[in-house]
Structure formats: C-alpha cells, structure tokens
Design a protein around this ligand. Structure first.
Ligand code: KG4
Ligand code: ZN
Length: 353
C-alpha cells in the first residue's frame, strides 16, 4: 500500500445486519472519498421473520456468531490481511444496545491488538454518506439529507459529511417501520418494504384515501402511526379488535398501493419544504425505504422540478451496510479518534454532537 493511502475496516451491527467492509482512501489529513474494496453483509431476516420484526436479543446473539466470519470474508474479498489495516471504524449510534455492543467490542479488540485508531461513526450520517460513496467524483455536500429507514425518518441540513443539523423527524413510527407493520396487517412477509412494493404493483394507489400527516403544515415533521391505524380500519372495519381473516389478493394490492402512495407523498412534500427552507441546491437520500422504486421515481421528479441535484445510492448502499461507515476517514481527517473506553449510544442523538 503506498504511504499516501490507508485501508479501513468498517463494521456495522446497529440492528439486524452484521456487516464488515474494507475501504481504501487517501491517508488523512488528506481528504477524499474512499473506494469500497469489499462489503459483506450477513442478514438475519430469516431469524426475525416469524416475529414480524427484529427481536433485540436474537439480533445480539446472531451478531456474536457472525461478526468474526463476516470480518474474515470482507478481508478475503478485498485481498488484504489484518496487517494492511490503517484504521478501524464502527457504528456506535443509534441502534439496539446489545447489537451495537457486539460491533464496538470487535472494533475495540482489533484497534487494541493492532494498535490502530478507532473511529466511532453515526449510523444516520453513514446512511447519507452512502450518497458520496456512490458518486465519488461528484460533490454531495452541502445538501439537505433525508434518512428513511426502519428506525428513522429525519431531515437534515448537512454542511458537510460530519456537520449535520436536524431539521425535523418523525413524532412516532419511522416510515420503514410503518411498511413493516402494514405488511404484517396484510399478511405479507418481513421486512415489509419490499413485500409491499411488490404487492402494490398490481394495485390502485387511489383506491383508499389514507391520511397524509402534516402535509399542509409548516413543521418539518412526520407521523405514520395514524396511517397505520387507517389501514387497520380499512381492513377490519372500525372494530379493529376483530382478528380478521386472510385479506383477498385484490384488496392487498389496492391497500399496499394506496399506503405506499401516502408514505411517498409525505416524504416528497416534506423534503421539498426542507429544500425551500434551507435554499440548498443538493439533496442526499439514504436508508432502506430509499430502495423503494415508487419513492425513487417521485423524489427524482420533485428534484428535477425544483432544479435540485439528487444523490441516491444504489439499493445495496440504501439498506444497512458497513461500507457507509467509510465516513470514518472524514472523521479521522478531522482528528476525531475515539478512546478505547467509549460506549455505545443506542438513542437518537444529534449527529456530530
Ligand atoms: O436502513 P435499513 O436497512 O435499516 C435501518 O437502519 O432501519 O432500513 C430497513 C427498512 C425496513 O423497515 C424495510 O421494510 C425498509 O427499510 N425497506 C423498504 C424497501 N426495502 C427496505 N421500504 C420500502 N420499499 C422498499 N423497497
Ligand atoms: Zn439503517
């Protein structure tokens, strides 16, 4: 490895994906977008599917089993050994506490044993940085950032990769969480987003007039719990205590399409408001829901109409992955190295604070 380059091992265990990635970039203090040499993800979908959501204890145990094989595989695919590494990064917030601890412990052990700098990254900043990784030759920042995932639905004013100000977020469920819960109501599988997207293809998006919270409101806020309840009532009548039998396929398609359209309407409208309020001319989008084709089409049309440059990663960089922790090189360049006694921060914190 030339002296002006650095190899980074990045780990991701915030929720239900065990990820490790190897990236190579300019050695700090030089700043530049690293290239992804490998990115490995061990998914836990099959372990959580029958529960219709992530079970934290099961997630932690699966991370413990998978983290070392996943690291080995990422190194192997990148064609490097532990001796080639120049730094170790790990997402330490936000996420499930037991899941986060597994990644952080592995990262600390490697940093200590190999005498490498340890860099703690914010998972949400990472989701937005995926836009930069996907477009290394273009300038993403400053931008409005929208993170739409299973745990978060938030808008940011990002002055740089590690300098983001929260503009607003959800007051209850996250958009992805709503997809997962509505999929459960429709008898579809987990995770619900891709299942609803598939079911919606044959449905009529105008068949059900589902609520669009805060649509005509100045606040940059989201709410999806009322929408979820409206779906429940549409399926089971006003007495939602009835268990309800299987939903006929035509109804599944219409409800899925109408629900998806309601979520997309709100995401697009609030993002347009954030762009207008900040005057920013670039938009970065990240998180699992950004993999949704209808959302991608509508957000691209809005950006086009507003004359804003849109950055949206390919699907593999939208959902959870370790490569996005490559934001660590920007932190390393800014001198932000973590002490070996740092802890995880499960709750939502303001990025970069
Ligand atoms: O970013 P992510 O992988 O994990 C979190 O940080 O939460 O996002 C997962 C979420 C899940 O709720 C999943 O249902 C949703 O992203 N998702 C989708 C699609 N693919 C994944 N939602 C809508 N359409 C999709 N195609
Ligand atoms: Zn995520």
């Amino acid at each position: 490895m030339p002296g002006d380059r650095i190899v980074l091992l990045a780990l991701e265990t915030t929720c239900d994906e065990t990820g490790a990635a190897v990236l190579e970039g300019p050695r700090p203090p030089a700043v530049g977008v690293p290239a992804i040499r490998s990115s490995v993800i061990a998914s836990q979908f099959d372990l959580h599917e029958r529960f219709g959501g992530v079970v934290p204890e099961i997630a932690s145990r699966a991370h413990v089993r998978q983290i070392l094989p996943v690291i080995d595989e990422a190194l192997r695919r990148a064609g490097v050994t532990l001796d080639d590494l120049g730094a170790v990064a790990v997402a330490t917030r936000p996420g499930l506490v037991g899941a986060l601890v597994v990644g952080l412990t592995a990262a600390k052990a490697l940093a200590l044993a190999l005498d490498l700098p340890l860099i703690a990254v914010d998972h949400l900043e990472g989701h937005l940085y995926a836009c930069q990784l996907a477009h290394p030759a273009r300038t993403v920042y400053p931008c409005v950032g929208l993170v739409v995932s299973g745990g978060h639905t938030s808008l940011y004013a990002c002055r740089g990769p590690i300098d983001a100000e929260v503009l607003g977020g959800t007051t209850d469920d996250a958009a992805g969480e709503a997809f997962d819960k509505v999929a459960g109501l429709l008898g579809l599988g987990y995770p619900g987003g891709p299942e609803i997207e598939r079911a919606a293809r044959g449905g009529n998006p105008s068949s059900h007039a589902f609520p669009r919270s805060y649509l005509r409101d100045d606040r940059l806020a989201f709410s999806f719990s009322g929408l979820k309840t409206a779906v429940l009532y549409a399926l089971r009548g006003q007495d939602a205590r009835t268990t309800g039998g299987p939903v006929p396929p035509g109804v599944v398609a219409d409800v899925a399409a109408s629900f998806q359209e309601a979520v997309v309407d709100v995401l697009v409208a609030k993002t347009r408001q954030a762009l207008a309020r900040t005057g920013m001319r670039r938009l970065g989008v990240g998180g699992g829901v950004a993999a949704n084709a209808r959302f991608r089409e509508r957000i691209a049309a809005m950006a086009d109409e507003a004359g804003v440059e849109l950055f949206i990663p390919p699907l593999s960089l939208c959902t959870d992955n370790a490569a996005m922790a490559g934001i660590a090189l920007a932190k390393l360049a800014a001198g932000q190295v973590a002490d070996l006694d740092i802890d995880v921060t499960p709750g939502l914190v303001r990025p970069s604070r």
